[in-house]
Design a protein around this ligand. Structure first.
Ligand SMILES: [Zn+2]
Length: 125
């Protein structure tokens, strides 16, 4: 399978020119730095998600985002890389929201638990 560097169309191996846009398939490999640089930031974001989310939903989303980011880094085309990075970013945002809600619930639970304990102590006196 030869992937067109111009439009990302998959062409048969023996075709010299892209069936979609006519670009030469023998051309130089894809030189695209921007999405791959973005991917580094996304990678860090995903790792933070995994650490914060631990084994909860946030962590699982973080792991999926990390896999998507690694796939984006090795994607054949910019368009493909962009698409995977976009998915990773959405997953990271959902993970961060999930982790935040989890954290707030935990804090509330601790406060409520502490409050209940104090009330228990007071009523026991
Ligand atoms: Zn093409």
């Amino acid at each position: 399978m030869a992937i067109c560097n111009s439009c990302g169309t998959q062409n048969a191996d023996n075709t010299a020119f892209c069936t979609q846009c006519g670009a030469s398939l023998q051309a130089t490999p894809v030189v695209a730095e921007a999405p791959r640089q973005l991917a580094t930031g996304q990678l860090v974001f995903s790792i933070i998600n995994i650490v914060l989310g631990c084994c909860g939903l946030g962590g699982i989303l973080g792991i999926i985002a990390l896999i998507m980011t690694i796939m984006a880094k090795s994607a054949a085309t910019d368009a493909d890389s962009d698409k995977k990075l976009h998915i990773a970013k959405i997953l990271n945002i959902i993970a961060i929201i999930g982790i935040s809600i989890g954290l707030i619930v935990s804090i509330l639970y601790m406060l409520f638990g502490g409050f209940a304990m104090i009330m228990g102590l007071l009523s026991g006196m």
